[in-house]
Design a protein around this ligand. Sequence first.
Ligand code: ZN
Length: 581
Amino acid sequence: MEAVRWSRQLIPTLREVPQEAEIPSHQLLLRAGLIRKLGAGLYTFLPFGLRALRKVERIVREEMNRAGALEILMPALHPKEIWEQTGRFEVLKDVIFKIRDRQDRALVLGPTHEEIVTDLVAHEVSSYRQLPLNLYQIQMKFRDEIRPRFGLMRAKEFIMKDAYSFDADDAGADESYRKMYDAYQRIFRRCGLRTKIVEADTGAMGGSSSHEFMVLADAGEDGLVECDTCSYAANLERAESVLRAPPAFEGVGRAVEKVSTPGLRSVEEVSGFFQSPPSRLIKTLIYVADGQPVAALVPGNRDVNEIKLRRALGTKTLILADPVTIERVTGAPVGFAGPVGLKIPVHADLKLRGYRGAITGANQADAHIRHVDLERDARVTAYADFSYAMEGDGCPRCPGMLRTRRGIEVGHVFKLGTKYSELLGAMYLGADGQKKPCIMGCYGIGVTRTLQAVIEQSHDDQGIIWPVPVAPAEVEVLLINEQHEASVRAAEKLVAELEEVGLEVLYDERAERPGVKFKDADLLGLPLRINVGERGLAKGAFEVRVRQSGETLMIPMESIVESICAQLAELRRARGAEEQG
Ligand SMILES: [Zn+2]
């Protein structure tokens, strides 16, 4: 094999931090010469970025095959009609790229493939004997993101592994789900990632159950909570939480009193005026749910989680009311709504149960009321949990406390049920001769996003620290002085020997100053680096630098290959042990 010589490669490292990149992993992808931007949310993979990406793909493929899934490749272009059959052309209309062919037929650039794979199975599967079946692909997806950002994290096109399981019964579907869940744990562990598995909302997919695999990172776009005592963890969209006791406010037991609050509308303004904590306010939001106005109450320091509220109301649509509707149902302009005396259904967040001594709008311009006892003074239609969980809330499963975290979603598993198979006719004939819909699951991994998440989780001020299994190469041989002939001979012999035992080597033989080469080596972050220079050769040794620990070792020339192999094995093992712990 021809050695990978840096001078013959395209690894355009950058000294400066590119302005467009806000988070470390995006900066490092650009600075280490792994990707380049074409346009908003569009990136080219350069050779070393692609090498790392292929390694992530290989791990994903191996584990999917091991779990019994079968690889296929579906088209990226879909007829629009199939998306209309499930109603998702409408649901996903904001993110779907729509195009037309020369005959003016409407096509969609696939954002995901539930419809396409279900259509395939509808044609190819007819008997329970063909089930279970799990089909997957590793393929480019397209989404018209409003705000592409963070490099590969939120791009307009990205590589995804998507798998779809088809089963004859619920027990089988549960087993398929479990297999994928286990495979995902292995995949992320092998990629060197520490992930947190959280309960998630099923959202636009429909279905009954889902989990997300999150990489904890401050730069993550997703919020999540985790219990400090038990294993409960959930996406913020989904998270439940409890208040251990209703807060005690002054004025409890006193009669409601109206207070003039001219022009004070926001929670900050009103709580400032009353010199009370925001939690003492009852925030009243007017929504229109399936065409009917409803009031939703939450404590003043919390926000309404509209996903949870819509589920609690059991309605198809939920939108914030416009100012005209608000004035019609409350009798007051925006900012002065309150539950007392409202004639529309009033839904209160569970955390308001037992609220007394509270402050809320008076349903009258420029006025609020205080000493409100929610049970006593208002007619609450129902209580439900529809506010966002917050740091310090009680855990819904144990006496522990919730903490909030940020995460990057790298994988997602869903139980889909029969929604798609019914709509698209993926039916099978059971042993009993009955025709039934296949029970489906779907399972995604953002492959390009996983690659970036590895860097987000594994870097320092100098650059990337690649875990061995996904590093673009395992070892860098750095020739300190390319004018020194003995060094050149020793380095080339070393490169050949390392390749002989099957290692992937990058050979930096560029005519650059040593300082530049050292900086680039740390930036690119291959697991091990061997410096070949006059000083070491004089002692019959090579200097080996371990990127992760920063250790420098002098290794005798005769045992260098053996030592490098042992250290790589140790790095792989240590990473695995850390994962188990
Ligand atoms: Zn707990």
